[in-house]
Unconditional design. Structure first.
Lengths: 501, 533
């Protein structure tokens, strides 16, 4: 018997291997007493190593595992965004109640597991690897959402996410079955080929497959009308996890969104482009209107995330290199804006008894300018005001949309942004324009389902390096890339070129 | 030079954040004075007869998206830049003479606002213009909201509600303008490399169909900013809430950015749509004149009288521009500067009056001229300029505007004339009620008014001197702006082929066109033009 040793590209697989090894070590650290406190450090090391291994392969696209994965600049850029977010999440998790309740080792191992899923998902070019990666990403998150085990809201959030996420996965899987049934292929290029070969243009089988896959992905990226879980889950989950979910999950899911639609279903663009554009428009309206009356900052950011997902979906709709570039740019900008905001929310959750209620940031401008500025910059950037990365992101997106003949969607983005001003500015106004002396620490806590002893007040939280650092750096990056966007534009357009020559 | 004018205020603002609280106000004044100095230097070195872009800066900014960092000064923006830097010195100095809460942030925001405003005048790239246009709002949002007055007890809004209303209104316009600006660049490129350079975009015309919708997106943004009738809903609340130093510069300069946008962007880039919708815009402009004037008759709050009079004045300026005649546009540019110079001291006077009477209602004021003749005299100059008294530069401006309007649409001109008459009524009413008469209310009977001090005089007198100076020599502005303004208007008037344009050029401009050298540049060889026999 002749064995052909398969060719294994260890360099290409190195980031995945590093993450997997890291997960095992972090999990083991929980067992061995001397290492119990070292989980965050080990997680950080793993993340840095993975990032290093990824950057080393920049501009060197390769197919891995017989074409099930593709490590190109799109995958690398999306993975880097996920890793950056995970790193900030580790910092924000220091002294977080959830970490202690779940056990630091388990918590961090799950976080790394989710990152592994994202790195895989960003590279997936095959229905099987796509689905496996998506589940690898999701399952740890279901648990992490419920990590704050003594809080009712957290458990509810985990359960809700599990149920809705499973429905999404099931729908997606069902859609994949249709596509496989029609084309007999699981890899994306093969599906495109199969559609052409079998003459399945506009065939109901393929259309149903596309529709169900779209719905499944829309659940994951929280695009309306499949978004109902988002605000509840965001609000209930421990805040560092919310930050991670809001940014990294979205980035990874959009990466596969791009590959799936642009590579596998590129020939069917006529059918899915209007559908996705409509979903984007619905998302923009639902997200922005939903956020208007929110008092909980996490819910507010949840709804704003729905709207922002609608903007970003525009980058998928236009099916062009600049579309992908604008999406990657927006995701990177979105990471900075959101991480800055969530870091401040974490700080105020620990400092005040108001939790993530908007009252927690009242009068922050006069009292704690170093916390107020990052949140202000994040809000202004999310609203797309100039001199922030958010403005350039919108500019890039709108340019891609107009070039792709979707000017009406660009107008929708503008209209959505106007509505969004009302709630972003409400937060800013609470910080800078509320009459002084209204922030009274004390009184009764109002966080849903929390008991006062569950959230000990740490009045110094916002001054600690692991919270103030990410907040200030994220907002500095938001402004920096708003004034000097060229490096990030280059980074993003590289990613865009990786699918369209 | 353009660069240093633009960034000096911001640089001073950033340094100011690290200075002790007492020094920061004067540091900010220094920053505005340095900026003014630079602006004056530019004006002195400006080549009067040329319509070319001077002091141009052009660097790629976001090369992937075709956005350039390009600045430049020509006859259109030269005096608006000067106006901006003059008014900011006044506004900041007025604030520096008084205690401010959280002074570091206050002056930082004031200086950011100056940079943003100067940026929108200087920008020669369409997207850069939109960026600065939107950016202007951010500092004023904070200034109005955090340092403003809560009017919820007087049937108005809280400061933060008023400022949110303002920003939502104005951003509705500017966000649509962002889409429109990008569409202009993309559609004009037609698949080729995208550029947003205003000059380059003026060369490739857009198709008639695209011009129609893009035109309205831009016009809406500019009309909200002015504000024009029907789009002015934010103005009364914002004006009542705003802190006066910020309001003086806001009202003096920001409204003009909208009018400037018409001349810089709308006329050259969308000439077909401009001609097509000329009458619609003129109707809006006339409605603004009439509505603004009538509201200014009836209001009793001094800020609102000034605010509504601005609506009327800006209506005049818009009408002048959309007469699409050289005279009208020349008058409009002159009037932009005039109105800025008039309205800013008006708000300073309002602040001084409010300090003395404790009220901003003209029914509670009166009899001031007896005790404060100098203040009254200064106010009289401002009031007479507002009503465009013959002899004032405002008279010249309005005359030019009406002249242009008569050449274009005589019916509109007749209606606009009533605006001139009405301005006399509200300006004199404001002056009489505050300065003459007896204070009507009982508690103000024994009003002890005082003369303005040296400090307020230092702010007010130079501004009034600018008005007087301009009244004596309006040609200062007209002869520098006319070549550029006429060029912008000529593009719209249609029927002008390139050869006709050549024929209408002066020898100097022709030389410039042939050699590509602006007259203020030097070359080691001197090209000569051969005269045709």
């Amino acid at each position: 018997v002749n064995f052909h040793e398969p060719h294994i590209d260890y360099a290409g697989l190195a980031p995945i291997i590093a993450l997997t090894v890291g997960i095992c070590l972090v999990l083991l650290s929980a067992v061995f007493k001397p290492f119990r406190r070292s989980a965050p450090a080990m997680t950080t090391t793993t993340l840095l190593a993975t990032a290093g291994l990824l950057i080393g392969q920049w501009d060197d696209p390769k197919n891995l595992v017989t074409g099930a994965l593709r490590l190109d600049d799109l995958a690398i850029s999306i993975s880097l965004i996920a890793i950056l977010t995970a790193f900030v999440c580790v910092l924000l998790s220091i002294r977080e109640k959830a970490t202690e309740e779940t056990g630091s080792g388990e918590y961090h191992a799950l976080l790394l597991g989710s990152v592994l899923g994202m790195v895989l998902l960003a590279q997936a070019t095959n229905l099987v690897s796509f689905f496996v990666a998506l589940e690898t990403l999701s399952i740890p998150l279901y648990i992490l959402c419920a990590a704050n085990m003594r809080r009712e809201g957290s458990l509810e959030s985990g359960l809700k996410y599990l149920i809705v996420g499973s429905i999404g996965s099931a729908t997606l899987l069902y859609g994949m079955a249709f596509l496989y049934g029609g084309t007999g292929a699981t890899n994306f290029a093969g599906i495109a080929e199969g559609i052409a070969r079998n003459g399945l243009d506009g065939d109901p089988l393929i259309l149903i497959g596309i529709a169900m896959a779209t719905v499944g992905l829309a659940f994951k990226t929280s695009i309306a009308p499949f978004h109902q879980w988002t605000p509840d889950v965001y609000q209930g989950a421990p805040t560092p996890i919310t930050a991670f979910m809001a940014v990294a999950t979205k980035a990874a899911a959009f990466a596969v969104f791009l590959r799936f639609f642009d590579v596998a279903l590129g020939s069917q663009a006529d059918t899915w482009q209007p559908a996705l554009a409509t979903l984007a428009a619905i998302s923009i309206v639902v997200g922005n209107v939903g956020a208007l009356g929110q008092d909980s900052l996490k819910r507010l950011l949840g709804y704003s995330g729905i709207a922002q997902a609608g903007y970003m979906l525009g980058g998928v709709v236009v099916l062009s290199s600049s579309g992908i570039g604008s999406l990657v740019f927006y995701l990177a900008a979105y990471a900075f804006m959101n991480l800055g905001a969530f870091a401040v929310i974490v700080a105020r959750e620990r400092e005040t008894v108001f939790g993530d209620d908007i009252r927690a940031v009242r009068g922050l401008g006069a009292e704690r300018p170093l916390l107020a500025w990052p949140l202000t910059i994040s809000m202004l950037a999310l609203a797309g005001l100039p001199a922030t990365a958010g403005f350039i992101g919108k500019l890039y997106l709108i340019e891609a949309l107009v070039e792709g003949d979707y000017t009406w969607l660009a107008v929708f983005i503008a209209v959505g942004t106007m509505i969004s001003l009302a709630y972003y500015l409400r937060v800013v106004a609470a910080m800078w324009m509320s009459p002084e002396g209204e922030t009274v620490p004390g009184g009764t806590p109002v966080i849903a389902g929390a008991s006062p002893e569950a959230d000990p007040v740490d009045p110094e939280a916002g001054r600690r390096w692991y919270i103030a650092g990410p907040a200030l750096l994220a907002s500095a990056a938001t402004v920096f890339f708003g004034v000097i966007p060229q490096p990030l534009v280059d980074f993003a357009s590289h990613a865009g070129a990786s699918i369209f020559g | 030079m353009s660069n240093s004018i633009l960034w000096t205020p911001l640089a001073f603002g950033l340094v100011g954040l690290f200075l002790p609280k007492k020094a920061v106000g004067w540091w900010a004044v220094l920053g505005t004075v340095v900026t003014l100095g630079l602006a004056i230097a530019v004006a002195i070195g400006f080549d009067t007869g040329s319509s070319a872009m001077q002091y141009a800066v052009d660097e790629p900014w976001i090369s992937g998206l075709g956005v350039d960092y390009s600045l430049g000064i020509d006859g259109l923006n030269l005096f608006l830049i000067l106006l901006t830097s003059v008014l900011w010195v006044g506004g900041v100095a007025f604030a520096a003479f008084r205690e401010q809460e959280r002074p570091k942030t206050f002056y930082f925001l004031m200086l950011v606002a100056e940079t943003a405003t100067l940026g929108s005048f200087l920008a020669q790239d369409l997207l850069l213009f939109v960026l600065f246009f939107d950016l202007m709002l951010v500092p004023f949002y904070f200034l109005f909201g955090a340092w403003g007055h809560d009017r919820s007890g007087e049937g108005g809004l809280t400061a933060s509600a008023a400022t949110t209303k303002m920003i939502v209104y104005t951003l509705i316009g500017s966000l649509l303008m962002l889409v429109a600006a990008i569409a202009t660049g993309v559609l004009a490129a037609g698949g080729g490399p995208i550029t947003f350079s205003i000059a380059a975009l003026g060369e490739h015309g857009l198709s008639h169909g695209s011009q129609q919708w893009i035109f309205w997106f831009f016009v809406a943004a500019f009309l909200v900013k002015m504000p024009a009738f029907l789009l002015h809903g934010w103005m009364p609340d914002a004006y009542r809430a705003a802190p006066l130093p910020a309001l003086a510069v806001f009202s003096g300069v920001l409204a003009k950015v909208g009018a400037y946008g018409f001349l810089r962007v709308v006329l050259p880039l969308f000439p077909d749509a401009t001609v097509e919708f000329q009458e619609v815009v003129l109707v809006i402009a006339l409605a603004s004149i009439l509505y603004g004037s009538v509201m200014a008759f009836t209001q009793t709050n001094v800020r609102l009288i000034a605010g509504y009079s601005s609506v009327a004045q800006l209506g005049f300026i818009t009408a002048g521009i959309f007469a699409l005649q050289a005279d009208g546009a020349d008058g409009a540019v002159l009037q932009m500067v005039n109105h800025g110079l008039v309205v800013a001291p008006l708000f300073v006077i309002v602040a001084i009056l409010a300090e003395r009477t404790g009220s901003e209602d003209i029914r509670e004021m009166g009899g001031m001229a007896l005790r404060a003749p100098v203040l009254a005299a200064l106010f009289l100059v401002v009031a007479l300029a507002t009503l465009a008294m013959p002899g004032s530069a405002n008279f010249v401006g309005e005359f030019y505007i009406l002249n242009g309007l008569f050449q274009a649409k005589i019916v509109f001109a007749f209606i606009a004339i009533t605006g001139v008459a009405m301005s006399a009524y509200y300006a004199l009413r404001l002056y009489q009620q505050t300065m003459h008469n007896r204070p009507p209310s009982v508690q103000n009977q024994g009003l002890l008014s005082r003369e303005i001090g040296v400090r307020d005089g230092l702010v007010l007198v130079p501004l009034v001197l600018c008005i007087v100076g301009l009244a004596l020599y309006p040609q200062l502005i007209l002869e520098r702006t006319a070549p550029t303004v006429d060029k912008q208007v000529a593009r719209v008037r249609g029927g002008e082929t390139p050869s006709a344009r050549l024929a209408s050029m002066s020898p100097k401009e022709l030389k410039e066109l042939v050699t590509g050298v602006a007259p203020n540049e030097t070359r080691d060889w001197e090209p000569t033009l051969i005269e045709e026999p």
